[in-house]
Design a protein around this ligand. Structure first.
Ligand code: ADP
Length: 267
């Protein structure tokens, strides 16, 4: 089993990802796709007059502050436009894909964090009314049913809280939890960069290999949201996933290239 996560940043070629996925699926490989949608969510939120608000935690992690209205816009884009756009591409390529959020069948479950500590202008503050959380539990029942019946699952945040409230969760870490739950052979984290760069944005500074025992040491090279990918990779390999690869989804055959070792390989 291979879990492929494709991000939501500008420049990602979803046609290329879906074509590669379809070829491999038809050749008999078991795959699951998890996707993001942050870039499009920002655009739609601006257009709807509720611009995104990104906050930084005291430990330096950036996240989207998700009030109820933001959550609804997030769902429109992630579960609607992005998810159905990917499912449509795969259907056109002859793959019977089924698109679901983490709420459906409680595939992704975790604790709802209603308040978030942030640093703004050098001061620490607490913001309430946040609909975020982290995936702590993956319920694979529905996924097993789908795979067993020959459907390719296409999954996206949000997740469900233990109380059944929708929560915005990081897609990379959700994909990592899924890869652990399914005992996947590999987790691919595909985005609009060649991999983890030692000196971002210099693409010639690609880090080719990271030993599984030392992933956290590489957090120092990651800025902003790249930190979540490194964290997800650490969680996946610690949970028994053999290989995590940060790969490029901008062109070519992104899944095959990553599996062939292009990008940053954590093993
Ligand atoms: P996605 O939504 O595609 O999953 P993110 O925007 O969450 O991707 O994270 C990828 C982004 O992280 C890149 O587009 C890049 O701007 C940023 N980044 C920060 N530090 C690094 C780094 N050291 N190497 C590569 N990308 C980095």
């Amino acid at each position: 089993m291979i879990v492929v996560k494709v991000g939501g940043s500008a420049g990602i070629d979803y046609d290329a990802v879906c074509a590669d996925l379809a070829r491999r699926w038809k050749a008999g490989e078991k795959l699951i796709l998890v996707h993001g949608g942050s870039g499009e969510t920002n655009r739609v939120a601006e257009a709807l007059g509720h611009p995104p608000r990104f906050v930084t935690s005291p430990s330096g992690y950036t996240s989207r502050f998700t009030d109820r209205q933001t959550l609804e816009i997030f769902e429109m884009v992630y579960c609607g436009k992005m998810n159905k756009g990917i499912v449509e591409r795969l259907q056109r390529l002859g793959v019977n894909a089924v698109g679901l959020s983490g709420l459906d069948g409680r595939i992704f479950e975790g604790r709802h964090k209603d308040s978030v500590r942030i640093v703004e202008n050098g001061k620490t503050k607490v913001l309430r009314g946040d609909h975020t959380g982290t995936v702590e539990k993956v319920n694979t029942g529905l996924i097993d049913l789908l795979l067993g019946a020959g459907y390719l699952p296409v999954l996206t945040p949000p997740a469900s809280s233990y109380e059944g409230v929708a929560i915005n969760v990081d897609g990379d870490r959700a994909a990592a939890a899924l890869a652990v739950a399914l005992n996947a052979d590999a987790l691919l984290l595909l985005s609009n960069v060649p991999g983890l760069l030692r000196a971002y944005p210099d693409e010639s500074s690609l880090i080719r290999e990271i030993p599984a025992t030392d992933v956290e040491a590489y957090l120092e090279f990651a800025q902003d949201r790249m930190k979540k990918k490194v964290l997800g990779a650490a969680e996946a390999v610690q949970g028994g996933v053999k290989r995590v690869i940060f790969g490029d989804a901008r062109a070519g055959e992104p899944i095959s290239a990553a599996l062939a070792g292009a990008g940053t390989v954590v093993s």
